[in-house]
Design a protein around this ligand. Structure first.
Ligand SMILES: *[C@@H]1O[C@H](CO)[C@@H](O)[C@H](O)[C@H]1NC(C)=O
Length: 121
């Protein structure tokens, strides 16, 4: 095969197309951001709690795993950062609608910390 600039370009394009999309195909259930996940899920960055069922060559294409939004009793994280800026969560998903994240322990007010989802009211 002669490596003309065109054939090199085609090989590069094929390589770019081969990058699997987060949330689909071999990467279903994995994500870079919450939009890659199903409606009642969010994207949580790989961390020491993640059970990752991906080969290392696929794992480099994603940064996190889709996890369900938290029902009552689920672990969550109270964060005072504007939620709209968060594309991927570092500890756990926010709580489902109708639940809120109640901070565990005796952390002072306005300090981020782990919590548990509790039903509203
Ligand atoms: C997802 O993130 C990985 C690195 O973490 C990156 O290589 C890949 O291109 C990203 N995919 C998309 C579709 O943005």
């Amino acid at each position: 095969m002669i490596f003309t600039p065109l054939s090199i370009l085609l090989v590069l394009l094929a390589g770019a197309l081969a990058v699997p999309a987060p949330g689909r195909g071999a990467l279903a259930g994995y994500c870079n951001m919450s939009e890659d996940c199903k409606a009642n899920e969010c994207c949580v960055s790989f961390n020491r709690y993640s059970v990752v069922d991906l080969s290392p060559d696929l794992k480099r294409f994603v940064a996190g795993k889709c996890e369900p939004l938290g029902g009552p009793g689920a672990a969550c994280y109270v964060s005072f950062a504007p939620q709209i800026l968060i594309t991927r969560y570092s500890f756990a998903c926010p709580c489902l609608k109708g639940a809120f994240c109640s901070k565990s322990g005796r952390l002072p007010p306005r300090v981020d910390g782990p919590g548990v989802c509790k039903a509203v009211g």
